[in-house]
Design a protein around this ligand. Sequence first.
Ligand code: ADP
Length: 396
Amino acid sequence: MKILVINAGSSSLKYQLIDMQNENVLAKGIVDRIAIENSFITIETEKSKYKLEFDCPNHTVAIQQVLNLLTDKQHGCIDTMQEVGAVGHRVVHGGNDFNTSVKIDKNVIKLIEANAELAPLHNPPNVAGIEACNKAIPHAPAVAVFDTSFHSTMPEQAYLYGLPYDVYTDYKIRKYGFHGTSHQFVSSEARRIWGDENLKLIVCHLGNGASLSAVLNDKCIDTSMGFTPLAGLVMGTRSGDIDSAILEYLSKKTGMSLTQCIEYLNKKSGVLGISGVSSDFRNLGEAANNGNKRAKIALDVFSYRVKHYIGAYTAILNGLDMIAFTAGIGENAVFVREMICKNLEYLGLELDTFKNSNCPRGQIAEINKSSSKVKIFVIPTNEELVIARETLKHCK
Ligand code: ADP
């Protein structure tokens, strides 16, 4: 079966068509600048790469264009839309309603819409993507795969905040966690490598958005993002954990409204805000090497916070067998992995700096010394594949 994976954001829509017989990606691309001028679509197949500018006022037109290109004689890879056997949709927030992926029907759409109050920037475009696909290829069953569901196994003591219990029951204020499909994929790869279900694992998903999870025997028991993806690690542009009283103080000092303060914490903070250089770790590394002190301190703050969570999660797991690095920074930034693993010998982590600097791009690599008690791995993530696999489960 061929499964179309859709990751719909407010102004862009990423897609992949995956042949589930061998899990090969037949085509992938993006529709960008939806409802903005100069919209375009890209498609990449084994045969070609192609970009087309077109007028794209909404998600329905975007999906139509994806299907047009997938079936295009010159640039596509299938003959008719009937070849799309099912569609897997990434949905950011499942709230308390979904602890696993689910076949989409009217009721599911209603619940995803209801959870939009928890993810106002993400769930509405996710629903737009679902509705556009349902309209364009009604024959193909659709499945929703949630960023939050892998974390639904967290115990109450991990997900409750120190707030009156009523705000949890009345307003659903609790830790949810995000990047679940990535944590799930990396955990299952780690368990395959480990060869045994009993595994105390920390997954470090370090991308523009970044989060850690503590995984015990394949189940998430804690994660660093919270009620929203703003919590936890210091990220590219997001602050991560801060003292919540800062918000009122910042608002008084700057005259920003609460909404503006949150935007400031989401978009102008993190390593970008600290360094004043960039949110991109390539630029930060270069600037730090050239003597830029604020770039250096931004990298220090970033790795210090990761280390902080590694310590916390080792305690929560009551030990540690493996750490897995993934996503843009985790897979590629050699110097960041080195900064994080430095001085963690007490916990049994010994990084092999040669292996760390020479691990092949896009492949699984073991980067610990042979004497290291804890394994350290780089495991490239594949969120689309998780979505496709989850979708297939509902089609059998
Ligand atoms: P997201 O999916 O959250 O947007 P990614 O997982 O794609 O993020 O990670 C993007 C980040 O990865 C970039 O901002 C950059 O900081 C980092 N990155 C990518 N390649 C490299 C590299 N070769 N060296 C250092 N950092 C890198």
